[in-house]
Write a protein of this length. Structure first.
Length: 286
């Protein structure tokens, strides 16, 4: 399954859940179920954005985007995070309103059934998306999977809240559960915002990946030293540029072969990596 197909599955899954939850929430007068419908609505928008950003990111490099279109996925992740913040704000507002002006929740059976269906559907879809996101190193798809995994926990929370109301008859649990849902959503939004902005701001690759590069370079006896190692990530593509110092008497064709070998070595350990190596003579005056 391609990541585009996975994103499309997420679109149709979220669309179905939005309709079911909204109908149930309105019939029941339940803010927690309506908040879940809003959450799934945000997920739906996010999954649509993810689908088109993934499609765009797969386009090859061109004149206007010589480094490719990978950062469209990062932009998508940031946009999805903003949508989650908006959803949380709506849920918090409605929950507080219901705390001040309580409304009795009715037809609990429908809500319990729909929340159960939501949990099962989102577990299946989110696991599928996470699996493909890891394989394809897609932050947009991972963001979509994160949305759905949060939806699993929030749906479980609403499901539990409705069961408590059913057996105790205390409707105040409905807005309380909605506030807990909002808290979980805000946490997910913050994590997603941080990750998306890190790549957009060209943050260096993780320390463990930089260590891999250091270890590889240290294994080449021809390299006297190396410096100015810079790295960043664009979508799933890693980008590295390195300055290496070698003996100034080495012929240019030998130096070129050495660079090719280093590049292949790095790519064998870190897939989807673009490597640029600048060669300097070790006896060069700096």
């Amino acid at each position: 399954m391609t990541k585009q197909t996975a994103a499309l599955i997420s679109v149709f899954s979220n669309m179905s859940l939005v309709i079911l939850k909204m109908i149930a929430g309105i019939l029941m007068g339940s803010i927690s179920v309506i908040s879940e419908a809003i959450h799934s609505g945000i997920d739906l928008i996010a999954s649509i954005v993810a689908y088109f950003s993934i499609k765009r990111s797969l386009e090859p490099a061109d004149k206007d985007h010589p480094y490719g279109h990978g950062k469209f996925e990062n932009i998508s992740g940031f946009f999805e995070a903003i949508l989650i913040f908006v959803a949380a704000g709506i849920i918090i507002y409605e929950a507080i309103r219901k705390l001040i002006h309580p409304i009795e929740v009715e037809k609990l059976g429908w809500g319990i059934i729909i929340m159960f269906i939501s949990v099962i559907a989102n577990i299946f879809v989110s696991r599928t998306l996470f699996k493909i996101a890891r394989r394809e190193k897609s932050i947009a798809l991972e963001a979509d999977a994160m949305h759905l995994s949060v939806d699993v926990f929030t749906s479980i929370g609403v499901f539990a809240g409705l069961l408590i109301i059913k057996f105790t008859g205390i409707s105040i649990f409905d807005p309380i559960v909605a506030l807990i849902v909002a808290g979980l959503i805000l946490k997910a939004a913050w994590d997603l915002t941080r990750r998306s902005l890190e790549d957009l701001a060209d943050k260096s690759l993780p320390e463990q990946e930089i260590s891999v590069v250091h270890n590889i370079l240290s294994n080449y006896k021809q390299i006297k030293s190396f410096h100015k190692l810079r790295s960043r990530k664009s979508g799933k593509q890693r980008e590295l540029d390195i300055h290496i110092e070698i003996d100034g008497d080495i012929q240019i064709d030998i130096a070129h072969e050495l660079c090719d070998e280093i590049e292949k070595d790095i790519k064998s350990h870190l897939e989807d990596t673009y490597v640029l190596i600048h060669v300097e003579p070790c006896n060069r005056k700096k």
